[in-house]
Each structure stands twice: as C-alpha cells, then as structure tokens.
Ligand binder design. Structure first.
Ligand SMILES: [Cu+2]
Length: 132
C-alpha cells in the first residue's frame, strides 16, 4: 500500500517535471522562431526584410530566404546618428536615410549563401542578412 502510494507520487512528480520541461522548451523555441522570422515577411511572392535604424541596426544579423524577389525596408524613427547614412557596397547603394520613415531598397533576387552587408557612413555600425 505504502509502496504503491510512493510510486504514484514519484510518477506524478516525474509527470509534473516533464510538463514543466516541455512547457519551457516549447516557449523557448517559440521565442527563437519569432526572433528569426519577426523581421521578414513574404507578401505576394515578394520577401520584405525590415531593419530598424537607430544608434545602429537591429537586428544586426538577420536570416532570409534566397532565390526570391526581396526588398529591404530600412526603418528610421528619429534617427539623428550616423547609422542613417547607409552604404551597401555589394549593390553600390549609398544614401542618407530620412530621419523618420521607411526606405525601400530593391535587392533583386538574392542568391542563397551570399550574405548582404550594410554599414554606416563611418563603418562603425553594420548589419548582415544571411540568405539561405
Ligand atoms: Cu557610423
């Protein structure tokens, strides 16, 4: 009788721990999913990658799909620092972004395995988009 009770308690504890563990690992993967997909969106066959520009670039490392038409959206919001002066050398892009607004940059169809790098005018801040 005592043995049965302790087995039940043990099983109950293991089950409870399992639920806690599964629950936390589930929410962890959920968080990392939104972390990597948050700034990319595919609308009508066009992929949009959004980078926030203010005191640097966010996210600094983004992951997007290669092989589909892609547009980069640079989002400024009261950006007075030098991250608003943007250079993407691989596509010959150089521009002072508006202090507040969204600037769309056509990236064509990026190839998987060829990352795109952007830097500020002083080369102080940078970001990279990895195409997979
Ligand atoms: Cu800078």
């Amino acid at each position: 009788m005592n043995k049965t009770a302790s087995i039940i308690i043990t099983l109950g504890l293991v089950g409870a721990l399992g639920i806690v563990f599964l629950g936390s690992s589930k929410s962890n993967t959920g968080a990392s999913d939104t972390g990597t997909t948050q700034n990319t969106e595919i609308k009508d066959g066009v992929q949009y990658v959004t980078i926030d520009v203010k005191g640097g670039y966010s996210p600094r490392v983004a992951t997007a799909k290669g092989g589909i038409p892609t547009k980069l959206i640079m989002k400024t919001d009261g950006t007075y620092d030098c991250s608003s002066s943007l250079a993407i050398n691989s596509i010959g892009y150089r521009k002072i972004l508006p202090q507040t607004g969204e600037t769309e940059i056509d990236l064509g169809i990026p190839k998987a395995g060829e990352p795109l790098r952007g830097v500020c005018g002083m080369g102080m801040y940078s970001f990279v988009i990895n195409f997979e």
